[in-house]
Design a protein around this ligand. Structure first.
Ligand code: ADP
Ligand code: MG
Ligand code: MG
Length: 871
């Protein structure tokens, strides 16, 4: 039978899967000789056993952990359940993947009336003993007995009011004893410490299935099957008196990444008080003034841990009567800016390699360099200030609860969630909020940590703000009343609250970010292009590192107000001459647009897709619009109506679109080609280097390509002959029908590149209409009928298989074809790994995703190299 219980000196940091992250790191710190209160861990497989047995602890488990418990007692010199010399435990959850605050912790376990009295005698500190006892009952009732937590706080408030006490510090031992007496009338609480322990272990296992833990796992792609370990650890007490306290610290600043020790501390407080954010803590430097030796040891320890783990650490510690205890270390969550700065700094410091640095930055983190910030020039009066908990700027309507946030956000409004503090119960509201503002809590409070993780702008500890949930108001220290539904702006970078919508600037880059991107460029094999039509988007894309345009959707150029009527006239034309008149005008527009693109993309390839959407998309649909159009282009209304009617389709996505348009209207294709090549000629005459690539959409067979290539060639030759300039160009096809993918070997001889339009390919492989999936895909996701949205992350099994077939068979037929991706998947990190593995040449994505794709492409390669070295 596998061992189910491990002492803290029996594991190491590599045992995350078995012992959970918290447990593995407690073992590692113990092995490093750091002051860790001793304890034992019940393994994660035991959790799975527990669930499989219908939420029953394995038969021999209690026997097994009692053996470990004896050893802990020996080491700690105290005994569990002994009133004369009591040992108390914390019972803590800890999954293989960090899920801060998502599951339950029970502190001070092992107290009852008799033992509390003994603890008071032994410590000669009755106030501490009874404060600990009431905390224990409260937590135990909450977590194990599933009592309503509010009622306990309510009783304390009532008692304080009746006895003229303002805060906890004024509560005496007698007061707490009275509170305990009241608590015991509210819940039926087991006096036997061993019963308490067993129930607590069960409760920790069960907490794996709380709704908030589900939501967190879903958001972070954590498998449901992992389960949690249980850490049973000797208690140390931060609430023992003035030379005691608890703190949380980071080895570097988690907001901006600066290499300075950063933390918060509360004197005479248990750790839960820091995390809960109900009292606003002091900076850890306060410890340096009042307990310099403790501070020195803490400082040494944090440096040692960072070096040992070779990553920024997030520490939890407690000081009891001037002695330091380490309670937790883990890789610290950080903002995108911080993650980049820390990774680059650590390479400079020789702590990690460039490849490691690349793997440390999540593609999502990169986006924070690209997010808006409140424009410093345009700030309005600052009505309140708090801690800059999570950077960026956000504007929205004020709501006061998570439920309201969800409701209002569903109407399409941007919301700012305003709370006294947040708890894991608020996750669903935080998820939809544009910004979060809390009255209480520090930089390490729940609100701050979660917001940073989500990349949502947040301000915490906004002192002086007084929130009245019932009235739906938040009143600032200066008397400004912010009401429900008012629009406010948060500057999460500065911690400032302003009224109204304050303009935001575009996100700015940083030197470290550029360095990291340059490493990414050195390490990646996949090229990254952008999908762009306008010169502005193209310029942005190039600035963000795009190595060309992978998809220029030419139809977008015709939707412009000035041009749409020419397009409509062309579609509605009744004879060749009339159509040609419109085409000549469209050619002029198209040529100018293409020239602008070639200028921006000088020296880089520009893939231009021939007209793709069904023609009815260009026509007016309402009667009023038709009447107006009739006047403007001088056509009888009847004609317009009849034509619009005749272009209607039952399945437009499978209808008259893509290269089918070129087959029926070759003159349109000819116009487009002439425009592209004429623009290229002009670019060459300007001394530039245009590299047009003409792409045929929605192909199903080689005959289409042959026929359309002829039209294209004819257009190109005509222009080149007339202008006496030779333009380098390529002709290729979009791969977006299953038939094209399965017949790629036959297409190969006719093309120089193949670009997978994975949106349409996904649509046609699944038979899921892109425009209608909203009606059923959420249910598919909820019921786990699909693993993820196939329009976001490429489905490797079937759509990916089509790609594999297409690439391998066409490559075998004709080596040297260039392969690219131009669907949404081109900017999705998980899909990028697949495209790398497949040996494609480039991905193309929206301009703002380009830096993300550059990093993801580098990570794809580094990941495989690292694996190759391991095996
Ligand atoms: P989480 O996973 O949510 O961080 P923890 O298991 O770390 O939960 O527990 C929360 C807090 O409880 C810790 O930050 C710490 O302050 C306190 N705590 C846990 N174990 C002990 C202990 N053995 N002695 C004193 N305080 C403890
Ligand atoms: Mg913790
Ligand atoms: Mg398409």
């Amino acid at each position: 039978m596998a061992k189910r219980v491990y002492l803290f000196n029996e594991g190491s940091k590599d045992d995350r899967d078995l012992l959970g992250g918290k447990g593995a790191n407690l073992c590692e710190m113990t092995a490093l000789g750091l002051p860790v209160p001793f304890g034992f861990i019940i393994t994660t497989p035991t959790c799975r056993e527990f669930f499989e047995a219908g939420n029953k602890l394995p038969h021999l488990l209690e026997q097994e952990y009692r053996v470990a418990l004896d050893l802990v007692e020996k080491k700690m010199g105290a005994r569990f359940g002994d009133p004369e010399n009591p040992l108390l435990f914390s019972v803590r959850s800890g999954a293989p993947v960090s899920m801060p605050g998502m599951m339950n912790t029970i502190l001070n376990l092992g107290l009852n009336d008799e033992i509390a009295a003994g603890l008071a005698r032994k410590t000669d500190n009755p106030r501490f003993a009874y404060d600990s006892y009431r905390r224990f009952i409260q937590m135990f009732a909450n977590v194990v007995l599933e009592a309503d937590g509010e009622q306990f706080e309510h009783e304390i408030e009532k008692y304080k009011a009746a006895h003229g006490k303002r805060d906890d510090v004024e509560m005496s031992a007698g007061d707490w004893q009275e509170i305990i007496r009241i608590y015991k009338t509210l819940v039926d609480f087991p006096e036997d410490p061993f019963v308490q322990l067993k129930l607590a272990v069960e409760a920790v296992f069960l907490s794996w299935h709380t709704p908030r833990a589900y939501v967190y796992r879903e958001m972070n792609n954590i498998p449901e099957t992992l389960g949690t370990a249980v850490n049973v650890q000797a208690m140390v007490f931060g609430n023992f008196g003035d030379t005691s306290g608890s703190g949380v610290a980071f080895t570097r600043n988690p907001s901006n990444g600066e290499h300075s020790f950063f933390g918060e501390f509360l004197f005479n407080a248990a750790g839960e008080d820091v995390v809960a954010g109900t009292r606003t803590p002091l900076p850890v430097s306060a410890l340096q003034e009042r307990l310099p030796e403790v501070y020195a040891e803490l400082f040494r320890t944090q440096a040692q841990l960072e070096k040992h783990y070779r990553d920024m650490q997030d520490l939890e510690f407690t000081v009891q009567e001037g002695k330091l205890y380490m309670l937790q270390t883990r890789s610290g969550k950080r903002t995108g800016r911080a993650s980049v700065k820390i990774a680059v700094d650590m390479v400079r410091e020789g702590l990690i390699t460039e490849s490691e640095a690349l793997m440390r930055v999540s593609p999502e983190h990169v986006e924070s360099f690209l997010h808006p910030m409140v424009d410093p020039e345009q700030k309005t009066e600052i009505v309140a200030t708090g801690l800059p908990a999570s950077p960026g700027g956000a504007t929205g309507s004020v709501v006061f609860s998570a439920e309201e946030a969800v409701e209002v956000a569903a109407t399409g409004k941007s919301v700012i969630l305003v709370r006294r503090e947040t708890t894991p119960e608020d996750i669903h509201g935080m998820k939809v909020a544009a910004g979060i503002l809390t009255e209480l809590g520090g930089m390490t409070s729940h609100a701050a940590v979660v917001a940073r993780g989500m990349g949502v702008c947040a301000i915490t500890g906004c002192g002086g703000l007084s929130i009245d949930y019932a009235a739906g108001t938040a009143t600032t220290a200066g008397g400004v009343v912010i009401r429900r539904d008012d629009v406010i702006t948060l500057d999460g970078t500065a911690g400032e609250v302003m009224l109204g919508d304050v303009p935001k600037t575009e996100a700015s880059s940083s030197e470290d970010f550029q360095i990291l991107l340059s490493w990414a460029d050195e390490h990646r094999r996949l090229k990254v292009r952008a999908n762009a039509e306008t010169p502005e988007d193209a310029a942005k894309a190039r600035e963000l590192g795009a190595e060309g345009i992978g998809l220029c959707r030419t139809e977008h150029m015709f939707f412009d107000a000035e041009r749409i009527d020419q397009m409509r006239g062309m579609i509605l034309a009744e004879n060749r001459e009339e159509r040609q008149r419109y085409l000549d005008k469209l050619l002029k527009f198209q040529e100018e647009d293409m020239l602008a693109l070639f200028r921006v993309m000088d020296g880089l390839p520009v893939t231009v897709r021939l007209l793709d959407p069904p023609l009815h998309e260009f026509l007016p649909h309402s009667e009023d619009d038709m009447v107006a159009l009739a006047g403007r282009i001088n056509k009888p209304l009847e004609k317009i109506r009849a034509m619009t009617e005749s272009l209607k389709e039952v399945n437009p996505m499978l209808g008259f679109r893509g290269c089918r348009l070129s087959i029926v209207h070759p003159e349109v294709t000819e116009m487009q080609v002439k425009a592209i090549i004429s623009a290229a000629v002009r670019a060459i005459e300007e001394g530039l280097k245009p590299l047009p690539e003409i792409m045929i959409p929605l192909v199903v067979n080689v005959r289409e390509i042959r026929l359309i290539s002829e039209i294209i060639d004819r257009g190109i030759q005509a222009v080149m002959k007339e202008k006496h300039v030779s333009v380098p160009y390529k002709i290729g096809t979009m791969m977006e029908t299953p038939r094209a993918a399965l017949g790629a070997d036959r297409l190969a001889p006719e093309v120089e590149f193949m670009s997978f339009g994975t949106n349409d390919l996904t649509q046609m492989t699944y038979g899921f209409s892109r425009d209608d999936v909203g009606k059923f895909l959420p249910m598919y996701l909820e019921k786990k009928l699909v693993e993820s949205d196939p329009f976001v992350t490429l489905d490797q099994r079937a759509v990916g298989r089509l790609l594999e077939i297409a690439v391998s068979e066409s490559r075998a037929r004709k080596p040297g074809i260039k392969y690219g991706i131009c669907g949404e998947h081109g900017g999705d990190p998980r899909s990028i790994q697949f495209f790398h593995d497949l040996g494609l040449d480039y991905v193309s994505c929206s301009p703002f995703r380009v830096p993300v794709a550059r990093i993801a492409a580098a990570q794809a390669k580094v990941r495989r190299e690292t694996e190759a070295r391991r095996t």
